[in-house]
Design a protein around this ligand. Structure first.
Ligand code: NAD
Length: 435
């Protein structure tokens, strides 16, 4: 199996070859690249939790703080049985780039615990979350490192962690810092931001608007879109794309998907999916058609549809060397993290399929997390429209910066995005005199 941290390092080396020429002082540049290959801090521990049956279980937990030249470390906490030190290091590196892409003032971090949370009771899950927050209490803070939810963690888990952190820190720290701003992705009642739920999907649709404009589509209804995944990200992408007039012709969930040639209504489709327990039950059942003129498709068929834009919004590595040459879409907006393998990326580039990479396409989520932090620190809260109005210009300018780099260097969307991000981190390191 490939080592994700080695992949992140290889990616950085590839970008550095393209960027090196633009730096006069090659030694300082090389020094910066060398530093960025290793997280600045990496913590590992064994958390002990007293289980409901009275036994004590140990869980391995990590936090990686990759780079803070642009601001405090920022990145989610993952609860999964496959979490590893190498994965957490890689994810923290990618967070450094993602925060640089939209220009929010953060570096990159990531945390994880090796656990299958489905095997724990709610009581055990709460104890584990609290043990992790306690372990991190002297390593995180609103101006140091700001965690958030990731795979299998959510607002409830952030709420337990905030509570534990507040209990763990000194009165002096509590009086001088707004401790709740240490975590984002909190429930609204505990300082979460309006608009956070839809932020990632909506941010992706701002990218879609820019892309459609550059590709010369002037009639939105002529632009066909297929979306793999109909969870938080996939649904909100579908909803906002449809609202703006684009034609969403296919969506899928874990059990398969539906294709509707004339375009589907995402809100009604979600309602049907929730009512019927799956998308595959949302066609004609017993003479009653829930979604007209649709047909069932598999997840593989969805990826290979002849559409203008394909939007993987579910899992990693779904476009790989086995199916990349079958992709007929003209462009791919990566809303999931890492849906395209490096081998597939090369095949798609040869076939002139334009890929907008995850660190740009799904950056709306972390950007609204930044808004949550900013609102917590000032103790003044914005309504949903204000959040959306502040998100759009950041996504738009990140896209324009990528496009300019892509044209200038005749490179891929991924390379262009990484070049901008890495350059901004290296410039910050140089300004600080770290290299
Ligand atoms: P989610 O759990 O809400 O939704 C995941 C969707 O994927 C569900 O519809 C599920 O049915 C579907 N799915 C599962 N297995 C599938 C399969 N084999 N084939 C097709 N579909 C399948 O998760 P989410 O929050 O929407 O996240 C989706 C992706 O976006 C992940 O890669 C995540 O890391 C990334 N992401 C999410 C956010 C965010 O704010 N939620 C931010 C950045 C990136």
């Amino acid at each position: 199996m490939s080592n994700p941290h080695q992949n992140a390092i290889k990616q950085l080396e590839k970008v550095s070859k393209l960027l090196r020429d633009s730096y006069q002082d090659k030694d300082r540049f090389d020094d910066a690249i060398k530093k960025l290959k290793t997280p600045q801090n990496f913590f590992e521990t064994e958390l002990e939790v007293k289980m409901d049956n009275g036994t004590v279980r140990k869980f391995t937990a990590f936090r990686s703080q990759h780079d803070n030249a642009r601001g405090p470390y920022k990145g989610g906490i993952r609860f999964h049985q496959d979490v590893s030190a190498e994965e957490v290091k890689a994810l923290s590196t990618w967070m450094t780039w993602k925060c640089a892409v939209t220009g929010i003032p953060y570096g990159g971090g990531k945390g994880g615990i090796i656990v299958n949370p489905k095997e724990l009771s709610e009581n055990e899950l709460q104890k584990l979350s609290r043990a992790y927050a306690k372990f991190l209490s002297d390593k995180i803070g609103p101006w140091v490192d700001i965690p958030a939810p990731d795979v299998n963690t959510n607002g409830q888990i952030m709420a337990w962690m905030v509570d534990e952190l507040e209990k763990s820190v000194s009165l002096e720290r509590r009086a001088s810092e707004n401790i709740s701003a240490t975590f984002t992705g909190k429930p609204i009642m505990l300082g979460g931001s309006q608009g956070r739920d839809e932020a990632t999907g909506l941010g992706g649709v701002f990218i879609l608007e820019k892309l459609a404009e550059k590709l010369g589509h002037d009639r939105k209804r002529d632009v066909t879109i297929a979306i793999q995944g109909f969870g938080n990200v996939g649904y909100w992408f579908a909803y906002h794309a449809d609202q703006l007039g684009y034609k969403v012709v296919a969506v899928s969930g874990s059990k398969g998907g539906i294709y509707v040639e004339d375009g589907l209504d995402p809100a009604k489709t979600l309602e049907c999916k929730n009512r019927e327990g799956g998308l595959d039950n949302c066609l004609c059942v017993d003479g009653e058609c829930h979604i007209n003129n649709g047909k069932k498709i598999t997840n593989e068929e969805l990826l290979e549809l002849d559409v203008d834009i394909l939007v993987p919004s579910a899992l990693e590595n779904v476009i790989n060397k086995d199916n990349a040459h079958k992709i007929k879409a003209k462009a791919i907006i990566e809303m999931a993290n890492g849906p395209i393998t490096p081998e597939a990326d090369e095949i798609l580039a040869e076939n002139k399929v334009l890929v907008i990479p995850d660190v740009l396409a799904n950056a709306g989520g972390v950007t609204v997390s930044y808004f949550e932090w900013a609102q917590n620190l000032q103790g003044y809260y914005w309504d949903r429209d204000e959040v959306v109005a502040k998100l759009k210009p950041l996504m738009d300018s990140a896209f324009e910066a990528m496009w300019e780099m892509l044209k200038k260097h005749k490179t891929t969307g991924r390379m262009a995005t990484y070049m901008n991000a890495v350059k901004s981190v290296i410039d910050a390191m140089m300004l600080r005199g770290r290299v």
